[in-house]
Ligand binder design. Structure first.
Ligand code: AMP
Ligand code: ZN
Ligand code: FE
Ligand code: FE
Length: 289
């Protein structure tokens, strides 16, 4: 049983359509795949249809941009009701914040001498995206010949502290966990000790987040080394949190993050599904055998 609980399609900053991603999941030998695009659910319907056709189980998810004590934290929400008004309003606000910063980023790039960094040029790259992100701007810089790949675009221009970086709105993490729970979703912190959030997410912070309704931690992720995984697993054990593993696949947009490169144990997925059922969400996975 191979389970990958964190992937992105072109609906955010991945490079495959949702149906192509599901096809790739089958080719990679996965039994269960979660589609977790950034801050939106626009890919769910297409992914579900493909999962049904191809006989792979789909977990509908979202990777939500949040902030905790000043640092960015990504929150995975599994099986929430997308029509829940509270959740929909929060996601709309985040997506609006993403759109608002785009002209400012492009303006900075033009001032840095990259004349082709226009909204028209970016629009060609984001046709399928319900949420625009820095990786799309990176792809534009690649297309314009300003950098070789996304990594160089972040290193030169787009990472926090680089000249074209522009901040944006993110929901407060503790409050967002409450919003997700109210929508029947199960909250798992994504790559907690990857870039950015490591400083703020210590054991005391996780304990407070458990009080707010946090259910799990994504431990097995390429951003974490062996020692970090051991410590995160110990924290999860002490706090009774579920442990997940996933690829954070972005198609060709993120090197090494192949589908199934990290996986989640079946008993941990069972815990997540049981929690979703407790919260009143339908947990029969589309395409499940
Ligand atoms: P955004 O959500 O638009 O702020 O962009 C954040 C996304 O860009 C993350 O989800 C990562 O996939 C990617 N990213 C962030 N920092 C880097 C980096 N230094 N190098 C490559 N990709 C990055
Ligand atoms: Zn991403
Ligand atoms: Fe993330
Ligand atoms: Fe991700």
């Amino acid at each position: 049983m191979r389970i990958d609980l964190h992937t992105h399609s072109r609906v955010s900053d991945g490079t495959e359509a949702p149906s192509e991603l599901v096809r790739s999941a089958v080719a990679a030998g996965l039994d269960v795949v979660a589609l977790t695009d950034h801050d939106n659910t626009a890919g769910w319907t297409e992914a579900a249809a493909a999962a049904q056709d191809l006989g792979v189980a789909l977990v509908r998810g979202i990777e939500i941009s949040t902030r905790y004590r000043g640092s960015g934290v990504h929150l995975l929400a599994y099986l929430p009701d997308p029509s829940d008004a509270g959740l929909a309003a929060e996601l709309a606000r985040i997506v609006d914040g993403r759109e608002d910063r785009v002209p400012a980023m492009l303006d900075r790039l033009r001032r840095l001498g990259i004349a082709g960094a226009t909204e028209e040029a970016l629009a060609e790259i984001t046709v399928d995206a319900a949420a625009t992100g820095r990786p799309h701007v990176a792809d534009l810089l690649v297309r314009l010949g300003a950098v070789r790949d996304r990594d160089e675009a972040f290193a030169k221009y787009l990472a926090d502290g680089r000249p074209a970086y522009v901040d944006r709105y993110a929901a407060e993490l503790t409050r967002m966990i409450g919003v997700v729970t109210a929508a029947g979703g199960v909250s798992v912190v994504a790559h907690p000790w990857g870039r950015g959030s490591a400083r703020v997410l210590d054991e005391a912070a996780f304990a407070a987040l458990v009080e707010a309704g946090l259910f799990g931690i994504e431990v097995d992720h390429l951003d974490h080394d062996v020692a970090q995984r051991r410590r995160l697993r110990a924290i999860a054990g002490r706090l009774g949190l579920a442990v997940t593993g996933s690829s954070d696949y972005h198609g060709t947009g993120k090197v090494d993050h192949h589908l199934g490169v990290e996986t989640t144990a079946p008993d941990q997925l069972e815990r997540i599904l049981a929690r979703a059922a407790e919260l009143g969400s339908p947990t029969e996975l589309v395409g499940a055998a």
